[in-house]
Design a protein. Structure first.
Lengths: 263, 375
């Protein structure tokens, strides 16, 4: 029933001789909110960099549909990646441009729309993330949460089919993080986009994820995948359970986590 | 080119706006003006409804047009019936209107008259001057504190900075000084050979290099090389909150970052200047011996008798002053840097500009003083 959107096939990631993760295999379905989780330094962000075409894999490939990203020539790769949008950890807004210019940048590069129409789209995107009226601000004049939302507006500028988020809740207070999670959920339902989130924030994982993969730092591969709730209840891997229960093995059976995920 | 259309049908007090076709980014949009005027002027209308069953593909283009219509309709007191829209679009519209627009956030682009601009500019210049004085003051306080042993910097930092600005600058100083000596020789030779006084090229080159050009050229090279680097280093530290971290660890950033850099330049600049003088004299000698009929021994002899110790001393003093000015402007711009990537770039640029202005002004002042004192 579900159509595969991104398939990671036998992916091995290295920095020089140092292997970060090997033989990764998993599928992200269209319309999923897919979580890539794992402890610090297990290679989550590196995996994301492989998926968005910033770093070439040592072995294996990332397939969009049935087309391999790294087998394709650079031009095809660029057109495949044109359907994606990325929100980086710190927003990665260009500091010399205003918010409006930042969001307009991908639009003016990819289309021939009139300046007025671009401005309308920019205002719409900024309104979507709750930043209406902040068009002429510079990134440095905004708070961290606002910068992140502005980064999201830029990632969505071209109505991508796939949105990547690198640690969306890092450095945000719980309320702002919750708002961003809600925003991700409502965007996922109304844009019918596939969303890939790299995070280790348990609240977010249970709140938004309907599918997930766990990268293990010890065995250096993805030891388990499935929906976060299912992983918590059924996983046979000690590392996965330790991660999802904050190292508290008993927490698996307490309804504490359940209550959180329903909230 | 995709085609998309918009039509409207009036049923008593309800305006039904129907969209059809593909509303995507590369579509040619139909004009909305007629509809917008109708919404504004038709006072008997009460409700606006949308039907988009005939729309094929859609993206932000459709939503932005919808927003325009909704804003116009609700601005004129009409009711907007969003229930006929697909849930996806309803969801997006809810998000858009969830947070009211911050009207006070808009910036007014003001165009000032030239007198206002002049006023603002002079205000800025005064503020800059003030910042500079404050920086120099803090600098002096830190120096005193360091001398009394109340503040510290790491000895290995000083050594690192000396290496950075000394030996690694040698190749470029060599090239520039050789060429400057060569140029001085050529320029002088054209005039001096009119009187058959080619031998005085040696005096011109050696005095010119030691008293003036050696130091000046070294200073300009170092302000571009080291001054800009200092501004960028300290500026980036500012962006990463490293300076704040130092302050919380009870380390004085002035003593810890600025003093060793300044000290490194004060130590290195006279040495580089000496080296530049030598290179300039060699460059001049090459031209004089090869093109103007002067033997090497004559050239060296004239040089030795022309240059006195006081000429070297003047060059040294000037160069030390230039070193202080370069370190000062580099570190000052770094410390005043904002917290973004573009601010670091601005800091680098303005460090070089400030340094060069300071160097040339200081050089003129010192040259005039030397002339008045007759040394």
């Amino acid at each position: 029933m579900a159509e595969a959107c991104i398939t990671v096939k036998d992916l091995t990631m290295t920095y020089g001789d140092f292997v970060i993760q090997r033989n990764l295999n998993f599928t992200i379905n269209r319309g999923d909110v897919f979580i890539i989780m794992g402890g610090n330094g297990c290679g989550k962000t590196t995996l994301l960099r492989h998926m968005i075409g910033l770093k070439a894999p040592a072995q294996g490939d990332v397939c969009y549909g049935d087309q391999g990203l790294w087998q394709a020539d650079p031009k095809t790769r660029q057109s495949m990646l044109a359907r994606t949008g990325v929100l980086f950890q710190s927003g990665a807004l260009l500091s010399s441009m205003t918010l409006a210019e930042n969001v307009a940048l991908p639009i003016t590069e990819a289309t021939h729309l009139s300046a007025k129409k671009v401005r309308e789209i920019v205002s719409y995107k900024l309104a979507l993330v709750g930043l209406a009226g902040f068009e002429d601000y510079y990134p440095s004049e905004l708070s961290g949460g606002m910068q992140k939302r502005a980064g999201l507006a830029r990632a969505m500028a071209l109505d991508p089919e796939i949105l990547f988020f690198d640690e969306p809740s890092a450095g945000l207070d719980p309320i702002t993080a919750k708002l961003l999670d809600d925003l991700i959920l409502s965007l996922s339902s109304s844009l019918s986009a596939t969303i890939v989130v790299v995070t280790h924030d348990l609240d977010s994982i249970f709140a938004i994820g309907n599918n997930a993969v766990f990268l293990d730092a010890e065995t250096r591969t993805n030891i388990d995948w499935g929906s976060p709730q299912k992983l918590l209840n059924e996983s046979t891997h000690a590392n996965v359970i330790r991660f999802l229960t904050r190292g508290d093995q008993a927490g698996r059976n307490s309804n504490n986590r359940q209550a959180r995920s329903e909230a | 080119m995709q085609s998309c259309e918009i039509s409207s049908k009036r049923q008593q007090q309800v305006l039904d706006i129907a969209f059809s076709g593909d509303w995507v980014m590369d579509a040619q949009l139909p004009p909305l003006d007629a509809l917008l005027t109708q919404l504004e002027t038709d006072k008997t209308l009460q409700t606006v409804r949308f039907s988009i069953q005939a729309v094929g593909r859609w993206d932000s283009m459709l939503v932005t047009e919808l927003i325009k219509l909704i804003d116009c309709a609700s601005g004129n007191g009409l009711q907007v019936d969003k229930t006929t829209l697909p849930t996806a679009i309803q969801g997006l519209l809810t998000l858009v209107y969830a947070v009211p627009e911050r009207t006070d956030a808009h910036r007014n682009q003001q165009h000032n008259s030239w007198s206002q601009a002049l006023f603002v500019a002079s205000g800025k210049a005064i503020a800059h001057g003030k910042e500079m004085l404050i920086f120099v003051g803090e600098m002096a306080v830190s120096t005193v504190a360091t001398l009394r042993g109340q503040a510290h910097f790491r000895r290995q930092d000083l050594w690192l900075y000396i290496q950075e600005c000394g030996p690694s600058a040698l190749p470029i100083v060599t090239l520039i000084s050789l060429l400057v000596g060569l140029i001085l020789a050529f320029v002088g030779a054209v005039q001096l050979s009119l009187f058959g006084a080619q031998i005085y090229i040696a005096n011109l080159v050696s005095l010119g290099m030691t008293r003036e050009m050696g130091g000046l050229m070294t200073a300009i090279i170092m302000s571009g090389r080291t001054g800009a680097a200092y501004a960028a280093q300290i500026g980036t530290m500012h962006v990463n909150s490293e300076i704040d971290a130092l302050k919380t660890m009870n380390l004085d950033p002035m003593a810890f970052l600025v003093l060793p850099r300044m000290l490194a330049l004060i130590i290195i600049m006279p040495l580089l200047c000496l080296y530049a003088d030598l290179m300039g004299i060699i460059g001049g000698g090459f031209v004089t011996v090869n093109f103007f009929d002067v033997s090497l021994t004559e050239y060296l002899d004239r040089t030795a008798s022309a240059v006195k110790m006081k000429d070297f001393t003047i060059g040294f003093v000037k160069c030390s002053v230039f070193g202080i000015l370069i370190a000062l402007s580099g570190c000052m711009r770094g410390m005043q840097c904002g917290r973004s990537a573009s601010a670091v770039g601005d800091a680098g640029t303005s460090a070089v500009v400030t340094a060069i202005v300071f160097i040339v002004v200081a050089d003129s002042v010192m040259t005039i003083i030397c002339n008045r004192l007759g040394i």
